[in-house]
Design a protein around this ligand. Structure first.
Ligand code: SF4
Length: 301
């Protein structure tokens, strides 16, 4: 029996246990996504919060297909050669926002290194359709790093004016070669800095997973780097191993340590910090967006 055999995988602590999704709201959200031919990161990434989020009709749509051109060691999304871009996707996303009655929507995508613009124009089309068909819905986008084409891609997306621009750093720089081998830490950091320089009114957001073997001081350094890039909102959550083929969980970080990280991050000047075992980029994103706006108003005053 190998160490990665599911039979001997480490038992999750109680604070990570969630109920199986069975509600009517969950079933309705799933049906709508199937009907509109939309993928969600909630399903593809095997998110533990899917029962809670979908019951409330909060889903994070994953555009540009279900196949990623990268193969990160933490991510459950399948890797390979993606299919052609779905031209109806922007309309379908806007329809989903309307039918779900969303006040706030989070849109993410797979990495599309095969496309000349990395998929940026599809983000722009989705934002435009949402503004046209669901004008009251606020828009948060969670993009890939657009490596080797970031300048034009980021400029185009920022000009479309999302309310929140999120790009996750995911982990500390030392672990990039094993956890996020196709990406570069400082490239990702610069991307977020560029967003803020292009439009200081857009909220910027980034997240990290803990439990991958990072040291506390390394995480503190990531927080400092993020503040240097003027990032407004930090999310910190526990990494969970989606399958035995993925990177192992090195540690289940305790709720007390998450609270300690939150205190340190707040002291470093983030407008908002979400730090708990089940925190994910898009977890409670709508409520957090309201808190972000309130925090900015309070700061301005
Ligand atoms: S936390 Fe985000 S990815 Fe997970 S189920 Fe909720 S909306 Fe989906």
């Amino acid at each position: 029996m190998s160490e990665s055999d599911p039979a001997i995988r480490v038992r999750k602590p109680d604070w990570l246990r969630v109920r199986a999704p069975t509600s009517t709201g969950f079933a309705e959200t799933r049906k709508l996504m199937r009907r509109l031919n939309l993928n969600t990161v909630c399903e593809e990434a095997a998110c533990p919060n899917i029962g809670e989020c979908w019951t409330q009709k909060h889903a994070t749509v994953m555009i540009l297909g279900d196949t990623c051109t990268r193969a990160c060691a933490f991510c459950n999304v399948k890797t390979g050669m993606p299919k052609a871009v779905d031209l109806l996707e922007p309309v379908h996303v806007a329809e989903a926002a309307g039918e779900l009655g969303l006040e706030h929507i989070v849109i993410t995508s797979v990495d599309r290194d095969d496309l000349p613009d990395g998929g940026a124009s599809q983000f722009v089309k989705v934002i435009r359709e949402l503004r046209a068909r669901a004008p009251k819905t606020t828009i948060e986008i969670l993009t890939p790093d657009f490596r080797n084409k970031a300048e034009d891609a980021v400029r185009a997306i920022v000009e479309a004016r999302p309310d929140v621009y999120n790009h996750n750093l995911e982990t500390v720089p030392r672990l990039y070669p094993t956890i996020r081998p196709g990406a570069r830490y400082y490239h990702s950091l610069r991307l977020l800095e560029t967003v803020k320089k292009l439009d200081p009114t857009v909220f910027t957001k980034s997240g990290v997973m803990v439990g991958l073997g990072e040291q506390r001081l390394e995480l503190h350094q990531v927080m400092d780097d993020m503040r240097s890039a003027d990032i407004d909102f930090l999310t910190i959550g526990q990494y969970l191993q989606p399958t035995p083929r993925h990177a192992k969980v090195e540690e289940f970080v305790t709720p007390d340590t998450f609270r300690a990280y939150a205190s340190i991050a707040k002291a470093k000047g983030f407008l908002l910090v979400a730090s708990s075992p089940l925190t994910r980029s898009s977890y409670h994103a709508g409520a957090d967006f309201e808190r972000l706006r309130a925090a900015r108003m309070a700061k301005v005053k």
